[in-house]
Ligand binder design. Structure first.
Ligand SMILES: Cc1cc2nc3c(=O)[nH]c(=O)nc-3n(C[C@H](O)[C@H](O)[C@H](O)COP(=O)(O)OP(=O)(O)OC[C@H]3O[C@@H](n4cnc5c(N)ncnc54)[C@H](O)[C@@H]3O)c2cc1C
Length: 400
């Protein structure tokens, strides 16, 4: 038996969940297939930038998401050795957004919230324990083979959205090049309920702490602090995930000798890659299946949500208004791939370099540049608009 729908979405991460729910809200029958038994609870994205919150407002879930997170209007750049602090206040861009803050909220909360709403939607369906295996497409649609708990199932749709993450099976089937590189070091994230803020003077909820030897990101989510550090190359996983290594990170950062309890300890390999095309006939790539970047600045999930927003608009024009599919989907590819390459890749690489530039003897060139930038109201505002991703969406709108 073949299960028929208009749009099939592979992967119920934040990007797939936003795409599927928005399509259902537009009145387009959509099925969301997720390989896992639930939207996976992981400790990756925790920052929602203002434009993404505006999109969530249009989906009618901003209030619930905000209630599940923490508003962080301030973020800081610190030098780990000198202790210098530069603080930026998103309140200064309150004239362009009614969400002048970063929302600190774990990504699975968004995915679960939307997945639940989708499943009770008259145009939506969510199916867990369904792994997309392969597809074939023709002039009329795409046939998708899916591994279920007891059998291989067949789905048929007008379009397939690949939101199946970094190791996307669908992307691999397209055969597209995933151009870019992988950083040699991996990133370790640790989360703890310990009151980290007591060891710093006026710590914000989002803090980037530069250091030439071991930079660090300190982020607050509602119940925990999250610590992100790079790890030395070629160290075995067991050592980096050991209690001894965890204690070394916390004693170096906080100067405490006591053993801190962690709730998550995860090692991530970090890539900078963009697929050569996001548009493969009736198969469209979005989110991590289309592009990967380091997490400094919190752009991965947010840019994936922006892909989903752009793509669902194009599908609405095609499926409801009879728009020219080839032209619209080619524009999706041009707009979102250009933003991924020109903006997200460039900015995250620059953000990582800034973290590595902390110097112990006097100010680094990077710090001097930041001092000059924050002292100038126009440069400071432009910087905040760029880091909040407004600039990337303006760039997208310029591309025909
Ligand atoms: C340490 C760290 C911190 C980060 N912090 C931020 C941040 O603060 N802000 C930010 O914007 N980004 C951040 N990111 C990046 C962010 O986590 C990703 O960009 C985001 O998860 C991408 O969402 P997605 O829905 O495309 O993919 P995923 O979240 O990976 O979801 C893919 C889903 O597809 C499912 N799946 C996989 N294969 C199949 C299949 N064959 N069939 C069906 N389902 C399948 C998976 O189970 C999963 O549920 C961070 C990343 C890391 C590593």
């Amino acid at each position: 038996m073949t299960i028929r729908t208009r749009v099939l979405v592979a992967g119920a991460g934040p990007v797939g969940a936003v795409a599927a729910y928005r399509l259902a809200e537009m009145g387009i029958d959509t099925i969301l297939l997720e390989a896992a038994p639930d939207c996976p609870e992981d400790m990756r994205a925790s920052t929602f930038h203002p434009p993404s919150l505006e999109m969530m407002e249009q989906l009618g879930i901003a209030e619930a998401l905000i209630a599940d997170g923490l508003k962080a209007p301030l973020y800081q750049y610190r030098n780990r050795r000198s202790g210098s602090i530069i603080e930026l206040d998103l309140g200064e861009i309150a004239d362009v957004t009614n969400h002048p803050y970063r929302l600190q909220c774990e990504q699975y909360k968004l995915a679960r919230m939307l997945a639940t709403k989708l499943d009770s939607h008259p145009h939506g369906q969510l199916v867990f324990n369904r792994r997309v295996l392969s597809y074939e497409q023709d002039g009329d649609g795409v046939t998708v083979n899916v591994e279920g708990p007891i059998a291989i199932e067949t789905y048929r749709a007008d379009y397939l959205i690949a939101a199946d993450g970094a190791n996307s099976t669908v992307r691999k089937w397209t055969g597209v090049e995933f151009e870019g590189f992988t950083w040699p070091e991996r990133f370790l994230t640790l989360s703890t309920a310990y009151p980290v803020e007591e060891h710093f003077t006026r710590l914000a909820q989002v803090n980037y702490i530069a250091d030439a030897e071991e930079w660090c990101v300190l982020l607050r989510v509602p119940t925990l602090w999250r610590v992100l550090v790079p790890t030395p190359e070629n160290e075995p996983d067991e050592r980096l995930l050991s209690d001894a290594y965890k204690d070394r990170v916390f004693s170096g950062l906080l100067g405490v000798q006591e053993e801190l309890r962690t709730y998550h300890r995860t090692l991530y390999r970090v890539h900078q890659r963009v697929a050569k095309s996001f548009h493969h006939g009736r198969v469209l790539l979005a989110g991590d299946s289309a592009h990967l970047n380091n997490p400094l600045g919190g752009f991965g999930m947010n840019s994936g949500i922006h892909d989903a927003w752009n793509l669902t608009e194009k599908l609405r024009e095609i499926l409801l208004d009879g728009g020219d599919a080839e032209a619209l989907l080619a524009r999706y590819d041009r707009q979102r791939r250009t933003v991924a390459s020109e903006f997200v890749q460039a900015q995250t690489i620059q953000n990582k370099q800034a973290m590595e530039g902390g110097s112990s003897d006097g100010k680094s060139d990077q710090e001097r540049r930041m001092d000059a930038l924050v002292a100038d109201p126009v440069l400071r505002r432009n910087y905040m608009l760029r880091q909040a991703m407004f600039t990337s969406l303006e760039r997208e709108a310029e591309i025909d």
